[in-house]
Design a protein around this ligand. Structure first.
Ligand code: MRU
Length: 346
């Protein structure tokens, strides 16, 4: 068995060599159950149904999906296997629109496929495992860099889940909070993150798995928390960062950043460079996923004649002017701008 890296206690994804085991995050925290996938369409469904979620984890799962596609379709005697794998890549790319890590990982896999002159199976598997382990290493590095900024902080607020569950392990925003907690940070607040409750169901649970205490707040309590003086920083992940530093993240992040400005609280965005979209100048070009109204509406409104509908954008874009620091594995950009972000380009 060629296994995926062993990161922290909580693992969203486990690679066996012939299947991807996906922790079903829709059922947390009540039930811990892994579903096994052995083909790419299954993984695309796991992504779109949010069994696996979080920008880096989506990219990693998709990379394993391409490796599985090669295992399913490659035949030395056939000439059509490349087309089958290419079709699976397209299916994976259509699973969710906002997190650029998905397209970044698929581009790497597509390129490796194009470079393979014959049997691509070992190459694609090795690349998927590398994408996974590189993400874990990036998170551990960002954890230390971000924790340096939190020295002396009274408290922090995070939003959504940007933890081990959302990544290859350790987490981005939650990685920084983990590292800061090891250095003595005490007051960790998590917003519940309506409507899907990533904060209430995932973040506080993930922290508790490692003995880290946290305090859950209703999203609507954030301004009052800031007003109380309990926090100095908001620490969040990102799904896509434009070249000027505008950052898309879970819906509600923009609201927090606006509130932070009013209260003198700083905003830290933590994301690997795989989250930077080098093709877009600013956040206006980021496609914001709209999810089904049924995720928001009470069941009594789920019928065709209902007078009540719902608007359910699941990401928003925080303008760079509201961001104090972008932390990546290649370094920290304070008061980010296009110049600073461009300096991170390999
Ligand atoms: O809809 P989700 O749960 O996939 O949204 C996840 C987020 O918005 C995270 O904050 C982001 O992907 C960063 S994860 C390290």
């Amino acid at each position: 068995m060629t296994s995926s890296p062993t990161p922290t206690l909580v693992q969203a994804l486990q690679w066996t060599g012939t299947a991807l085991h996906v922790l079903d995050q829709r059922k947390l925290p009540e039930t811990i159950t892994y579903d096994s996938y052995s083909d790419a369409p299954g993984i695309a469904d796991a992504i779109s149904s949010m069994r696996v979620r979080g920008a880096p984890a989506i990219g990693i799962a998709a990379a394993y999906g391409v490796a599985l596609s090669a295992q399913q379709h490659y035949q030395a005697s056939s000439t059509t296997w490349r087309e089958h794998i290419a079709a699976d890549i397209d299916t994976l790319a259509a699973s969710r629109p906002t997190a650029v890590n998905l397209f970044w990982a698929l581009d790497l896999m597509r390129q490796a496929l194009a470079d393979a002159t014959d049997d691509p199976r070992m190459t694609l598997q090795a690349l998927a495992i590398k994408i996974h382990s590189d993400d874990l290493a990036a998170n551990q590095c960002m954890g230390e860099l971000g924790a340096d900024l939190l020295v002396g902080a009274k408290g922090v607020l995070t939003h959504c889940n940007a933890g081990a569950l959302a990544t290859g392990g350790y987490g981005t925003a939650l990685g920084v909070i983990r590292s800061a907690w090891k250095r003595g940070l005490k007051n960790i607040y998590a917003g519940e993150t309506r409507p899907w409750l990533q904060g209430a169901r995932l973040t506080v649970w993930e922290l508790a798995q490692e003995g880290i205490a946290s305090t859950l707040i209703a999203d609507s309590a954030a301004a009052w928390l800031m007003r109380s003086g309990a926090i100095d920083w908001i620490v969040v992940g990102a799904d896509r960062i434009a070249v000027n530093g505008d950052s898309a993240n879970k819906i509600g992040t923009y609201s927090l950043a606006v509130l932070a400005k009013q209260h003198g609280v700083k905003v830290m965005v933590v994301a690997p460079t795989s989250t930077i979209d080098w093709t877009i100048a600013n956040g206006d070009a980021i496609e914001i996923e709209q999810r089904h109204a049924g995720e928001l509406l009470p069941a009594c409104y789920h019928h065709a004649e209902s007078l009540v509908s719902a608007w359910n954008p699941v990401f928003d874009v925080t303008p760079v002017a509201l961001i104090d620091a972008i932390v990546t594995e290649r370094g920290v950009i304070l008061n980010p701008s296009a110049h600073g972000v461009s300096s991170l380009r390999a």
